[in-house]
Design a binder for this molecule. Structure first.
Ligand code: SAH
Ligand code: SF4
Ligand code: F3S
Length: 448
């Protein structure tokens, strides 16, 4: 870019509003896009009103998630009419899946940028300034992150770091292999450098992200590194106190990673390990390539390495063909595992996926199953939280609470913990005694 094209400093910074839907990968991508646009002179704005550019970073995972894009675009229409210079961009998984269709349906959209093309966003924004609409949904050979600017100096105590993207598993219900592409792991050296940069700007906890993060296989000096080796290398980064990773697939949970849960103190005792169903028939129809028993034995091994580990999961109810007996098997699996937390969803057919054309379970039946499953999970979650009362845990302070002098942080087990102590500040890692458990958080007393 020539100097003449650079944003004029005299006119004040341009404002960018980003709305993020979906998973943590999108949260990470939004941050990186904000940084890329920051290099173009944009600052973040909390609202679309008064912004020069609005970016919707979308999710395609369920029908409801996709529909949000069009209702939000409808709401942006009056802003675009009032200010034709406003640039509207759609990024993320709906952009990837629907591409040009978005601009056909919604002419107010200037930019459609697929999930692997974010390094092209600044150029696309400049094109929009020149009155050109653009679309890029390629899966380029290069790593999109390497073409985005280095991360700036001010950051949060708990940061995300994408290490792997895409998925080769092709579960019959899921759009991710199509919207994020094939599994790609980022090189070890770049991840370590980014982790050090995050720590330098204040991060004390890093969550490694990937659609199948435990399928991570990066390269360092010609050698192949799995996730366990990466975790152990990160644990040596001075100033980094906590490491987490998400989301994992049961079939990629290798022995060395399980072992790391037992002997690497910086690896936090929390694991998100979705199973989706407890019925072998349904797991087969879902193309999960594991049985309920495989999963239960895996949980046993993980708990043998780290007995206090908190397990969370994802469940789909009402997958085509699911009978009462299949659903009962899912409930039995949940009883057997004892989850600390879980997300659960009613099956939503996604265009282009193998299960899309199959006969649906009656909607009312699926709703009733979802309700029963969620009631069980809520009971287990509550029990896990109650079991924390009286225990001494690490808490990483993240932000002020609603009441003066109150702070909110995350426990080792990822629970939100409220502490009242005026001397606390974001980034402090303290010990606390848990005094009370509520539905979604805990209260504690600072010890040191
Ligand atoms: N890679 C991760 C995340 C996948 S998306 C994983 O393998 O777990 C997050 C969750 O959304 C999935 O675990 C699944 O429970 C749910 N999900 C995915 N597709 C869905 C669909 N078509 N209908 C309902 N839930 C779905
Ligand atoms: Fe989707 Fe299955 Fe891949 Fe997870 S493992 S992203 S559910 S296809
Ligand atoms: Fe959604 Fe894409 Fe994430 S579909 S869940 S934003 S990978």
């Amino acid at each position: 870019m020539s100097d003449a094209e650079k944003p004029q400093t005299g006119s004040g910074p341009k404002k960018l509003h980003i709305k993020t839907y979906g998973c943590q990968m999108n949260v990470y991508d939004s941050e990186r896009m904000a940084e890329a646009m920051g290099a173009e002179g944009y600052v973040l704005s909390d609202t679309p009103e008064g912004a020069d550019m609005v970016l919707l970073n979308t999710c395609h995972i369920r029908e409801k998630a996709s529909e949000k894009l069009y209702s939000d675009l409808g709401r942006l229409k009056p802003l675009k009419l009032a200010n034709p210079a406003l640039k509207i961009g759609v990024a993320g998984c709906v952009a990837q899946a629907e591409g040009a269709e978005i601009q056909r349906r919604m002419p107010i959209v200037d930019i459609v940028v697929g999930s692997q093309a974010y390094h092209r966003l600044p150029a696309m924004a400049r094109a929009a300034d020149a009155g050109q609409r653009s679309l890029d949904t390629e899966f380029p050979a290069e790593d999109k992150f390497e073409h985005l600017p280095a991360r700036p100096l001010q950051g949060r105590p708990a940061a995300f770091l994408t290490v792997q993207e895409g998925c080769d598993k092709f579960c019959a219900f899921c759009v991710v292999p199509y919207t994020r592409g094939a599994e790609v792991s980022r090189p070890v050296a770049r991840i370590l450098a980014e982790a050090r940069a995050l720590v330098a700007r204040g991060a004390r906890e890093i969550t490694l992200l990937g659609q199948n993060v435990n399928a991570y296989h990066g390269v360092e000096d010609g050698a192949d590194w799995g996730l366990a080796r990466l975790v152990r290398a990160l644990a040596k980064v001075e100033g980094l106190e906590r490491i987490r990773y998400t989301t994992s697939h049961p079939n990629d949970m290798e022995a060395d990673l399980i072992a790391a849960h037992g002997d690497e103190p910086k690896l936090m005792p929390y694991l998100h390990l979705p199973v989706q169903s407890g019925s072998d028939r349904i797991l087969k129809a879902m193309n999960r390539k594991h049985t309920a028993d495989d999963y239960l034995r895996l949980i046993e091994q993980i708990r043998a390495a780290r007995p206090d580990i908190l397990i969370s999961g994802d469940f789909i109810v009402g997958f085509p063909g699911e009978t009462d007996a299949d659903f009962a098997a899912t409930m039995a699996l949940i009883e057997a595992v004892g989850y600390g937390m879980a997300y659960s969803f009613k099956y939503s057919p996604r265009p282009g996926t193998p299960a899309a054309g199959r006969t649906l379970v009656e909607s009312g039946v699926a709703d009733a199953r979802l309700q029963a499953l969620q009631a069980l999970i809520t009971r287990q979650q509550r029990a896990a939280q109650d079991a924390m009362v009286g225990r001494e845990l690490g808490v990483l302070i993240e932000r002020p609470g609603r009441v003066a002098g109150q702070w909110v942080g995350k426990s080792d087990y990822l629970h939100a913990v409220h502490l009242t102590d005026a001397s606390l500040a974001p980034g402090m890692l303290v010990r606390a005694r848990i005094t009370e458990g509520w539905t979604n958080s805990l209260a504690g007393m600072r010890l040191i």
